[in-house]
Design a protein around this ligand. Structure first.
Ligand code: SF4
Length: 219
């Protein structure tokens, strides 16, 4: 949930999610349509499909794999997520830098993939998250309060504005989201009435299915 959604928005949804599906097995047994509906409003809906498929895979395996290489074989789990699960859930001694943490590492040490000190991977990764989010921020880092300032070659620098995220308004993402909302609200929609391009994309991503001339959420 936190990959693309703000903490303040994700937390209540996360708690509601755990109320409904308190275990991996419970989520694996859910209907895809229910999972997609529960996710509604958080955006990037493919995450719901991947999370559900991931729960099915973990249930079939009899539990979570623990090594990053094995975790990466799960649906929707890329290198960053695999490293983060391995470190935070299973205490693997691996770096798990998100975008903010990579920025700190690059500026302070010139190496975005720097390995954590032995035995301190959890603390290292968490500290880098905090520094990247609160102190070593994108444009005007707050070097005056930074604990790395003494040895940091980037101290005092400022940076050009980041490229703005493309607008949601009028985008293909918006068309997909609107169609998914309409299908969920109606239960089924004649596929002839749907935005064809958006529908094809939803079907390809496992967010909808078409049969008998109607589009529905996956059964
Ligand atoms: S001293 Fe400044 S640039 Fe260096 S890590 Fe700290 S906040 Fe970032």
């Amino acid at each position: 949930m936190l990959q693309q959604t703000q903490v303040s928005r994700a937390v209540p949804r996360y708690l509601a999610w755990l109320e409904r599906w308190p275990t991996v097995e419970a989520l694996a047994a859910a209907r895809p349509a229910d999972v997609i509906t529960e996710w509604a409003g958080m955006g990037y809906n493919r995450r719901a499909v991947f999370l559900h498929r991931c729960a099915i895979a973990v249930t079939e395996m009899g539990g979570f794999p623990r090594e990053p290489e094995e975790l990466r074989r799960l649906p929707g789990v890329g290198p960053y997520t695999a490293a983060a699960i391995a470190c935070f859930a299973f205490d693997a001694q691996v770096a798990a830098p998100d975008t903010n943490a990579k920025r700190v590492l690059e500026r302070a040490f010139g190496d975005a993939d720097l390995a954590p000190p032995p035995g301190l991977a959890y603390e290292w990764n968490q500290a880098l998250f905090d520094l990247g989010r609160e102190v070593c921020i994108a444009r005007r880092p707050r070097c005056e309060v930074c604990p790395l300032a003494d040895g940091c070659p980037s101290r005092g620098r400022t940076y050009a504005p980041l490229r703005k995220q493309s607008r949601f308004e009028g985008s293909f993402r918006q068309r997909r989201a609107e169609l998914l909302r309409a299908i969920a609200a109606a239960g089924s929609l004649p596929d002839a009435d749907a935005d064809t391009e958006a529908l094809v994309s939803l079907v390809r991503d496992g967010l909808a299915e078409v049969s008998g001339g109607y589009a529905r959420l996956p059964a």
